[in-house]
Write a protein that binds this ligand. Sequence first.
Ligand code: ADP
Length: 852
Amino acid sequence: MMKSLSPFEMRQLVKPKFPLVMLFYLLGVVRSQVSPGVCRYPLGMSGGQIQDEDISASSQWSESTAARYGRLDFEEGDGAWCPEITVEPDSLKEFLQIDLRSLHFITLVGTQGRHAGGIGNEFAQMYKIKYSRDGSRWISWRNRQGRQVIEGNRNAYDIVLKDLEPPIIARFVRFMPMTDHSMNVCMRVELYGCEWLDGLVSYNAPVGQHMIFQGLHVYLNDSVYDGAVGYSMTEGLGQLTDGMSGLDDFTLSHVYSVWPGYDYVGWNNESFPEGQVEITFEFDRIRNFTTMKVHCNNMFPRNVKMFKQVVCYFRSETDWENPPIAFSPVMDNVDPSARFVTVPLHNHMANAIKCQYYFADTWMMFSEITFQSDTAMYNTTLAPPNTDPPTSTQPGDDPTHKVDDSNTRILIGCLVAIIFILVAIIVIILWRQVWQKMLEKSETFPYNSNSTRSSSSSEQESNSTYERIFPLGPDYQEPSRLIRKLPEFSQVMEEAAGTNSAPKSPQASAQEGVPHYAEADIVNLQGVTGSNTYAVPAVTMDLLSGKDVAVEEFPRKLLTFKEKLGEGQFGEVHLCEVEGMQDFMNEDFSFDTNPNMPVLVAVKMLRADANKNARNDFLKEIKIMSRLKDPNIVHLLGVCVCSDPLCMITEYMENGDLNQFLSRHEPEGLSALLSTTPTVRYSNLHDMATQIASGMKYLSSLNFVHRDLATRNCLVGKNYTIKIADFGMSRNLYSGDYYRIQGRAVLPIRWMSWESILLGKFTTASDVWAFGVTLWETLMLCKEQPYSQLSDEQVIENTGEFFRDQKRQSYLPQPAICPDPIYKLMLSCWRRNAKERPSFQNIYNTLLECQV
Ligand code: ADP
């Protein structure tokens, strides 16, 4: 018996097995289903594995009796957890809660009162247990007879252990002290069990039935099922997962002195016209299933047989996969004993399995169903490290006999583990070499002078889902790929990637206001919590965290499709007519149309096949846009996010984007007189640029960095009204995939400042740089791409010249119609030192002053 071993001796016995346990985990060996007799290890209240923050309570008497002092056998603080007020009879307000962080199979609980070296004398005479697998649905534990109350302590110092029969499968457990008279209560507790490696969260099945056998009532229902029970059982676990296999003779269920048939859940063929019983199993995550074991009764003389066939469907996304797998066990008409039937699941990946068990006789009865998946291995022979199984209140759970001590096995285990690790290292090294070779090969591709071609190649090479979803145009390149090709900048990149100890370039250290390269690393690390310098403005973070998206759900049915306006990263943009938009809008926005006429709106829709990232980004863009209110920022009027496809409804800008608009126009002048192309005056262009500056002034006042300012992202309405749109790039900054910006993302390199390209630094000052390019595009009427004579590599090289600052950098030339002061303004936007660039307020003022 276990009592003959001291905890120390126990540890000696169990500890050396750990490498073997590890090895089994590594190799993904499947052992067997959970065994309640063995699965009785303290889960970490007394041992400290459960962290303080995972222990909480409804209330506390004082700081020194907080939940974290509710650890069994601990004397810290004031010696236990004590709720704030006296516990009254029948009051179930107070509880001590433990979060085990993952699902556990809990077989035993231990409680103790507050002793505190003899000062304390508080304890719980009784308690109830509530548990939850997801933290929201709480279930009251009840024993096999349906009783909820568990007898607790009689004094402040003794530990009282109680077997949970049935055991519970839960992540969260609450102890709720109870008393028969008003009294102060304190508790220290422990949970015993093991991790629930099956990962099964619930099974849904038809309710078990009632059999009358030779006048004997046999109840084959699932009496401990903890979900909802109606015509069928939903969202719970019960007898099929309680770890107890039924006896051969289903009428003899006397182990728990309950009723005949207790062990089994059973069904009668006549009640199932399709000749099968369907059970759906839901799991905590996607698993790689190897086998399912079904413990079946096979008392054929009484018309009970194991199933003749099982057909299982797997689901890892939304639909059940086809074809299912089918398995027919060898029927046994000789041996009437109950047995486990092992169904191979052929390494199917799924988080739900639906199995149809076909009747072979009038009755089919199951007592256990277990699942073995890749990582699942129950520790039936070996204890986890540093855990001592408690004094058992149950016969036959002495783990000593299960400890299979063999040094040879340990040695072999360790050797296999080492070989395994070595092979893994070799594979990684080989893989890296092959990868390197592939990279080198790609770098020997012919020099790409055509920017459009090189852009498409970068799209093809990229395997990021993000990029696949959002095919960006030729204005976007993957700078890091290009920078890597240029040896003189590789150092810059390396340093930007965080090799802080690397010597700084002399130019960089000498140059006032030049950021340390490693600052780019800070951008990476800080991600969304970074400082304003790195374009993570507090106000925008509010937008993202705030629940209050300042825009309402719009009734989709009021939108009438008119035509397709364009196609963006997320999907199509449609022109729609909408009635009653005025009533829907708040006062601070008015349409300049006849109130009785239907309003035209632009509806941007998320494409149907968008993945989760795209969906999240779409929602983030909505959040950002919903808070931006300025005459020169496109206004978000409403959203349809309650159902798919997700839509954002914005004001319709009749003339499309500024790039297309200007491309269709000629500057007013003599030559234009001869052509039929529509013309645009310089004053209109100047006015449009001023509006862009005004919109950017607003954004910068919020510390908001647009990151993708360009004519293609400005929309044109009536009378040359301009509104900045497309907050697609800004939203990337807040996504978890920040590295894409640093490493893999395709970026609009011809609009980007040198520090954005080389250091990954995006600020209002880099938006100012992009404004300079946008102003240039505007005054060029978008007839030419910026630096059109340079290839992508040459653009990056030029960026390097900005960085070196040896007067070898080339600037965009002065457009023919651009007055000198405006070109001066443009050049000031491209100053090397970000601090010397004008603010949007300055730009706006200068443009107003220069107005013609
Ligand atoms: P995405 O952000 O997904 O790239 P865009 O906002 O750039 O999508 O929209 C794609 C195209 O649809 C634009 O280039 C423009 O021609 C058209 N478009 C988008 N929004 C509007 C609008 N509000 N009014 C008119 N046309 C629009």
